[in-house]
Structure formats: C-alpha cells, structure tokens
Design a protein around this ligand. Structure first.
Ligand code: SF4
Length: 500
C-alpha cells in the first residue's frame, strides 16, 4: 500500500495526490510537527487554526474510508521516519508543497511528488509566461489569466462590463458617520476538537500571542464552504468601493476573509471564483465588485505565488534599503501606542489574527519601511501573526510590495505615505493624540515625520524614480528639513523603545 503524505496547507481531497486516491490502495499521513510549532511565536488563533483543520481533515478522510496516520512528532522529518518504520509503505507520495523548504525536505526524503493543482496557474506555467519579458506586470498577468480561465469574459472575448479593471471605482474613502453596512462574517461554536487543540498547544509549551479563538475562523471544509456562500450572498455585492478604506467600527468591511481557507486548501481558488462568476451572471453583484474580487484571486494571489517560486531562495535576503531595526514593540504587543491607526490595527490583530490588505500595507508595512525595520523580520512577524500567513504569500507582499526591499521588482515605487493618506482613507486620525499635519514637535504624527525623513534619507535613489520624484523634490524644499531630521531620530528611538 502507498502512503499519501498531506501537508498542513493541502487539506482538500481534490488537491494533487489525493485527487486520485483510493482507500483500497492508499493510506494517508498527516504530521503535526512540534518543531514547526516551536519555530515562531505564532498567533494563538493561527496555531489553533492549522492544527484543528488538520485534525478535522483527518476525520473527514476516515469517514471516507481511508486509514489515516495523523501523527504528532518532533519534526516533519521525524514524523515521516516514524511512519515509514511503522507502516513500511511501498511508496510515499505527496503533492508539491507550497514552500521552498518543504520542497527541499520532500526531495531529500525521496518522496514522489505529484504536480500541484492548488493554484490556477502552476509556477512552471508562470515561469513560462514570464520568460523573456523585461518586466512582467501584475495587470498583464491578470489579463492573461482572465482570458485563459474565462472569468468575466463576454462571448465576444471582451472583458465583461467593457473594461478589464474597475480599480478607480474601488478606492472610495470610508463613508462618513456611523454607517456600518458590512455584514459580519459567520461564526462557529467551538467544540471538543477546538478545546483539545488549545489544551495540546499549552501542554506542548507552544509560545503564542493573541486572543483565544472565538469561532470566527472555520476549521473544516464544510464550514469554509458555508463561509463562501455567506460571502457571495451577503457581502460580495458591497465588495469594491471601500476596498482601501479603514474604519474603527468594522474590522472586516466587505473583505471576504476567505484567504485563510484558500491558503490551507479548505477552499480552492477555482470554486471561489466560480461562485462569484455565478453571482455576477445572475445579476446579483455589480461588475466592480465581481471584477475587484476576481482580480485579487486570479491576479494578485496567483502572481505572488508565481514570483515566490521564480525568485526563491535569494528573495528572502533582499534588503536594498539596508533596513536593520527590529519590529517595533507597538506591533508585537510588548508596548501600547498612542498612534491610533497602529493601536487599532494591532488590537484587531490581537483579537482576530487579521488585518485587511490596506491596514497591512499602509499602516503596519508603511510604518515599518519608514522606520527602517529589517524586511525579513517584518516578513516573519506577519507570517506568524496573520491567520492566512505563509512564506509564499508574505515574502513577495512584504519584501517586495510593502518594504520595497527588492529594489522595485514587485512595486515600481515604494508604498510610503504620511498621515494625510491615512486620514483620507480612514477615520483614525480624528481620535488620535498626534497631529497628521505636523512633522516636527512632540505632537507631530510619526508617519508624517518619518515620511519626509524617508524621502530625504533615500533622496538619491528615489529622485530618479518618475513615480515618486515629485515628492522627493518637495522634501528638498522643506524649510524645516533639519528639524524633521532631528525629530525623525527621536521618533525612531521612541518607536524602538515602545514609547510613542
Ligand atoms: Fe496614525 Fe498619524 Fe493619523 Fe495618528 S495622526 S492616526 S499616528 S496617521
């Protein structure tokens, strides 16, 4: 009998090696690795999510007739060794893993690899698409994917709604007042499996941070499918216009919060997009909502997956701005902060293991880049704290997109902004102790001070970049530039000390 080894982010019977599995011929191995759990200080909900989803998937397979060895072991390698010793399988088969290190491990163990179908574009196909191109833009890849996969394409081959991209309709600032039109995500009751996992994490001494699970995150395929139906029916029609907005009164707005399920296999990107296409065809969602969402899944998500494999393993060590500070204590929970935007994002992160993309990019990521946080440390921190974290998704998004540590391979300009941008796209600044308009003095917004200082410190690099040269030139003309530099030194010290 052969063994199919299923990794913790491949929890779906339609993925790779499991797609053709037969209980008569295959047994299944799942390994809960203590070394993996000990490798970082995980958010408690993240550690619970992955281990619980693995255990529920093991049960699902047993109900389908499979013999399942769901083993707890010191490491993945050790779990594999113990399994082989106990069961002596004819062969061990696995689906191509989602991480560079995972691939190296499985190759080293001589595991037979089956091509992954967990993404709509395999990384070899992405590499073929990128081959020979001087630059490969996400938008070009997205249009190629749309055409190839047929999402939101009319019968005449033209994009539905007459345009490929409705981004300009999806950047509205937050609605004023108390309006809160965004349906809450579904929740589930915790059960004995959840409680056992939490007890096990404690017993194993796994270091975690953040609140206990509250049922926000589904841990089975059945519950994840229910979350998908809820999103498409109740939330998707409002997806789009406020995609880039941040408000204190809603941690999710109209974001799908489906990424954790796709990233561990509980949902597949194709079925998610099919559900959205169906709702659009039925006239239940406007084109800007359907297009904005589909672009995130078949465009951005798959693009990030493709470039991860194209640029690894060197990509991990990219640090072109030579940033070397630690992640600020205000992010890690080691200190509180008066910066209302940061405080709001970190308290949501603590409670839900989640921030949406603009909070990640323009609050946490932006401040980290302006401050000069080591890009790998920032990547690792986000990976361990977000419910949907994984190396393949965090590396390009953090190293490339938010920290500009790759020198512009991912983003043609750094996503740097002062308090004015945050004020425009959120309701954070009105209730903040700092003044977004001031760049010097004790009341100056740290984002604003560090923004001008960032442009000044990296003047020679960015003055040649047409997309940001105007702002760099503006920094040259600041009458109080010496004071900004002085205040920036102080801000960075206070940030490092957790006293802002
Ligand atoms: Fe954040 Fe500055 Fe606005 Fe305060 S004033 S919320 S620190 S951007």
């Amino acid at each position: 009998m052969d063994t199919i080894w299923v990794l913790g982010d491949q929890l779906n019977r339609r993925i790779g090696a499991l797609a053709g599995a037969d209980p008569e011929r295959h047994r299944v191995l799942l390994v809960e690795s203590h070394a993996k759990l000990a490798s970082k200080r995980w958010h408690r909900q993240r550690a619970h999510f992955v281990v619980t989803a693995m255990r529920r998937f093991a049960e699902e397979l047993r109900e389908a007739g499979f013999e399942v060895d769901d083993r707890r072991a010191a490491s993945l390698r050790e779990g594999f060794r113990e399994h082989v010793e106990e069961f002596d399988p004819d062969a061990v088969i696995a689906t191509e893993p989602a991480s560079w290190d995972g691939l190296e491990l499985l190759r080293d163990l001589d595991v037979d690899l089956v091509r992954s179908n967990q993404f709509l574009c395999h990384y070899d196909d992405f590499a073929d698409w990128a081959d020979g191109k001087n630059s490969f833009k996400m938008e070009d890849f997205y249009r190629w994917q749309r055409t190839r996969l047929g999402y939101l394409i009319d019968h005449d081959g033209e994009p539905a709604g007459g345009r490929w991209n409705f981004d300009d309709e999806n950047r509205e600032p937050p609605p004023k007042g108390d309006e809160n039109p965004w349906a809450d995500p579904q929740t589930s009751q915790l059960d004995d499996v959840d409680r056992q996992v939490l007890a096990d994490l404690d017993e194993w001494g796994v270091e975690t941070w953040g609140a206990d699970p509250d049922g926000t995150w589904a841990t089975s395929r059945r519950a994840a499918l229910a979350r998908l139906r809820h999103f498409v029916g109740e939330v998707l029609p409002r997806f789009g216009p406020h995609e880039d907005a941040m408000v204190e009164r809603s941690w999710h707005l109209a974001h799908s919060v489906l990424s954790p399920y796709m990233n561990v296999g509980l949902l597949l990107p194709g079925e998610v997009c099919d559900a959205v296409q169906e709702a659009y065809d039925a006239g239940d969602v406007p084109i800007n909502s359907a297009e904005g969402f589909i672009r995130q899944v078949i465009g951005w998500r798959e693009y990030v997956w493709g470039v991860y494999w194209l640029w690894m393993p060197d990509y991990r060590s990219r640090n072109i701005l030579r940033a070397d500070r630690p992640v600020p204590p205000a992010f890690t929970g080691a200190a509180t902060t008066d910066m209302n935007c940061v405080s709001n994002c970190v308290s949501t992160l603590h409670d839900k293991a989640y921030n949406h993309h603009i909070q990640r990019l323009m609050v946490l990521g932006n401040l980290a880049m302006l401050h000069g946080v080591d890009p790998w440390e920032m990547t690792d921190w986000m990976w361990s704290n977000f419910i949907d974290g994984a190396e393949w998704v965090m590396l390009p998004n953090v190293i490339g997109m938010s920290q500009w540590a790759d020198g512009g391979k991912m983003a043609t300009k750094p996503y740097a902004a002062g308090g004015n941008y945050i004020d425009k796209m959120s309701d954070y600044c009105a209730g903040c102790r700092y003044d977004r308009k001031q760049r010097v003095g004790d009341d100056a917004c740290p984002f604003t001070t560090l923004y001008w200082d960032f442009l000044d410190r990296h003047h020679d690099r960015f003055v040649k970049n047409a997309r940001i040269a105007r702002q760099v030139r503006a920094s040259e003309r600041l009458s109080d530039l010496p004071d900004v530099r002085k205040r920036a030194v102080e801000v960075r010290r206070l940030l490092d000390e957790g006293r802002l």
